[in-house]
Design a protein around this ligand. Sequence first.
Ligand code: DX5
Ligand code: ZN
Length: 218
Amino acid sequence: MPPAIISPSVLASDFGQLTAECKRMMAGGATYLHMDVMDGHFVDNITMGPPVLASVHKAIPNIFMDCHMMVAKPEKWVDAVADAGGSLYCFHIEATSEPLPLINSIRARNMKVGVAISPDTPSTAITDEIGNAADMLLVMTVYPGRGGQKFLERCVPKVAELRARFPDKDIEVDGGVGPSTVHACAHAGSNVIVAGTAIFNAASPEEVISGLTAAVNE
Ligand code: DX5
Ligand code: ZN
């Protein structure tokens, strides 16, 4: 399994202090920063878009922005996110009928490619061709749309199914993941751990990040 990558979800941060919060997480050992982009169409919530990503990138040029695109038209935002400094562009398979051309367009802009599945989407929605063309596969463990929800255990078998088919890919879990739920995810084969409230609400984010890392690498 590829090594552990911890990606704190800034959705749980104080947006008024966004760049400081990102720096705090990087100082605490975060490898990626998980940027939840919601458009009010694919999900019933609006968060941030390319201008905010650009401001964060301007303040922290060496940041790795893991952009989770909860948007209805993922084709539409590739250039804007690339221009804003996005490092990884993760789209939902439910939101496109043309995943392979979309993957090619993300690569053409020198971003890594992620493909996400929501709780009701089977792992088989990620075909061999799509999975092999991606860098990272994201198994949502809550319904996308907001932070602080309860972890859906029933999504974990999909991680194991994808790990069996794609032994070398990064497999990310997102939603309700923290010290008490990470072991199930890691055991099933996830190596990229998103955690929002579990990290940002902790007295010591650094301790939570090192605990999550240890759970994956053990
Ligand atoms: C949910 C987002 C998640 C969320 C995770 O739609 O994609 O990234 O912020 O937050 P927690 O870890 O609090 O469930
Ligand atoms: Zn997310």
